[in-house]
Design a protein. Structure first.
Length: 152
């Protein structure tokens, strides 16, 4: 969710305040820890070139409906994470990243066992065939329940 704006000429870019309600965190492992962290503001500091990249990325994500603007009545009741910029490996461009490290350390992880290639191959029969599809922005195709979007 997006709250705030990106100024391309600014040396300091703030993507919004870090607020939350205690009732949002009853089901996570360390509510006191996460509440203390989320009450602090973590501004995103970038230079003019990075601010332009970030502004373009936010506009693109809004156009793709991958993010949404937070309604004014919700701005004081939710929390917001910072964005930062890293170089892309292939073309050397810049890629914005949503920083959820602090949040991820505070949620309960559910373990699952990933199948190995050997296990998958053992299930293939002689008449089987496969198709692959490369989806652009595949992550955006995962729907998030509206009541859970406040955590992103």
């Amino acid at each position: 969710r997006l709250f705030g704006s990106v100024e391309t000429t600014a040396k300091r870019v703030c993507m919004g305040p870090a607020y939350c309600r205690e009732s949002l965190f009853h089901s996570i492992r360390r509510p006191a820890t996460i509440l203390r962290l989320l009450r602090r503001v973590f501004p995103t500091l970038v230079g003019p070139e990075q601010a332009l990249v970030m502004k373009q990325e936010v506009e693109t994500l809004l156009r793709k409906e991958a993010i949404e603007v937070v309604p004014p009545h919700d701005r004081e009741s939710e929390f917001y994470r910072r964005y930062f910029i890293v170089p892309k490996k292939k073309d050397g461009g810049l890629r914005p990243i949503l920083d959820l490290r602090r949040f991820n350390r505070s949620v309960m992880w559910l373990k699952f066992k990933m199948l190995t290639v050997k296990q998958v191959v053992s299930q293939i029969r002689s008449e089987d065939w496969f198709v692959t599809t490369d989806l652009k922005d595949a992550y955006f195709h995962v729907s998030i329940l509206p009541q859970h979007r406040k955590f992103l």
